[in-house]
Ligand binder design. Structure first.
Ligand SMILES: N[C@@H](CCC(=O)N[C@@H](CS)C(=O)NCC(=O)O)C(=O)O
Length: 264
C-alpha cells in the first residue's frame, strides 16, 4: 500500500493528495502535526518537509515529484504535464511552489497569533493522532512562538506576504484575461492544480482534503480574512476545485494511532 505522510492542513500535502486522487491511486494517508511530523518524514525517506510519498519501494519527498509519479500512471490525454508544454508547466508549478505557497502559508499561520488562535487547532488536527493534537493544544503558547519563528511570521513579513500573493494573483488573472479556461489554455495542468491547492488558505474551498473554516467563520476570526475573496484568480482557484477536485479516495488512516477522517 502506498503511504503519504502529511500535515493534514498543509496545502503542499493537499496538492499531492489531489494528484493521487485524480489518478485514482489508493494510498494510506498518515497525518501528523507540525514539528511532530519530522521523525515520520525522515523515516519515510524525506527531509524536514511533507508531503512524502512512499510507493513501489521508493520515496518521493517533494510535491512536484508526487505529481510526476501520479502522472506516470495516466495516459497522455489525462496527464498534468502534457507533451510539448511539460517543461513550461513544470516551471510555472515550481514558481508557485517556491514563492506563492510559502507566502500564502505565512498568511494562514499569522491567524494563530490572533485572539482565538487556539480554536484553529481543532481544524488543524483533523485526522491526526489524538495525543499529537493534545500535545499541541497544551503547548500552544510555546508551540505558536516556535512555529512563528521557524516560518518567519511577523507583522512585517505578513504584510510582505500579502503584497507578493497579491502580485501572483494579478499575474494569474492577467494570464486568464483572454478567456482561456486554464493557465495553459484548453487543458488542466499541474500549474492549475498547484495554484488552486496553494491558494486554499485564501480561497477556503469546501472540498479541500480536510474541512477548512467557512468564510463566515474565517471572517469572525479575522475581520481582514476576505481581502482576496473577490479577486478573479481566487474565483479561478475555486472553479478548479469545483470542476477538477474529485472526492478524496483517502479512506484508510494509519491504524497505529490515527483517527479516521471526520472524527475530530
Ligand atoms: N517544496 C516542498 C515544500 C513542502 C513544504 O514546505 N511543506 C511544509 C508543510 S506546508 C512542511 O513540511 N513544513 C515543515 C518544515 O519545514 O519543517 C514541496 O512542494 O513538497
Amino acid at each position: 500500500m502506498r503511504r503519504l505522510i502529511t500535515i493534514p492542513i498543509s496545502h503542499y500535502c493537499e496538492k499531492a493528495r489531489w494528484a493521487l486522487d485524480r489518478a485514482g491511486l489508493h494510498y494510506r494517508e498518515e497525518r501528523h502535526l507540525q514539528m511532530l511530523h519530522w521523525p515520520h518524514a525522515w523515516a519515510a525517506g524525506g527531509g524536514r518537509t511533507v508531503p512524502v510519498l512512499v510507493a513501489d519501494g521508493q520515496s518521493y519527498p517533494e510535491s512536484a515529484d508526487i505529481l510526476r509519479y501520479a502522472d506516470a500512471q495516466l495516459d497522455e490525454a489525462s496527464r498534468l504535464y502534457p507533451a510539448g508544454i511539460a517543461s513550461a508547466v513544470a516551471e510555472l508549478e515550481h514558481e508557485f511552489d517556491a514563492d506563492f505557497g510559502v507566502e500564502s502559508r505565512r498568511i494562514f499561520y499569522a491567524l494563530l497569533s490572533l485572539p482565538g488562535g487556539r480554536a484553529l487547532l481543532a481544524i488543524n488536527a483533523h485526522g491526526a493522532p489524538r495525543w499529537e493534537a493534545a500535545l499541541l493544544w497544551l503547548s500552544f503558547p510555546v508551540a505558536r512562538g516556535m512555529l512563528s519563528r521557524y516560518l518567519g511570521v511577523s507583522p512585517a513579513t505578513v504584510q510582505r506576504a500579502k503584497d507578493r500573493v497579491s502580485r501572483t494573483l494579478d499575474d494569474v488573472a492577467e494570464r486568464l484575461r483572454d478567456g482561456r479556461p486554464y493557465l495553459f489554455g484548453e487543458r488542466f495542468t499541474a500549474a492549475d492544480l498547484a495554484f488552486a491547492a496553494l491558494s486554499a488558505p485564501l480561497s477556503l474551498p469546501s472540498n479541500y482534503g480536510i474541512p477548512l473554516p467557512t468564510r463566515a467563520v474565517a471572517k469572525a476570526h479575522d475581520p481582514n480574512a476576505g481581502q482576496f475573496w473577490e479577486h478573479p484568480a481566487v474565483a479561478f482557484a475555486l472553479r478548479m476545485y469545483a470542476t477538477q477536485r474529485e472526492a478524496t479516495t483517502m479512506g484508510q488512516q494509519d491504524p497505529a494511532g490515527s483517527e479516521p477522517p471526520g472524527t475530530q
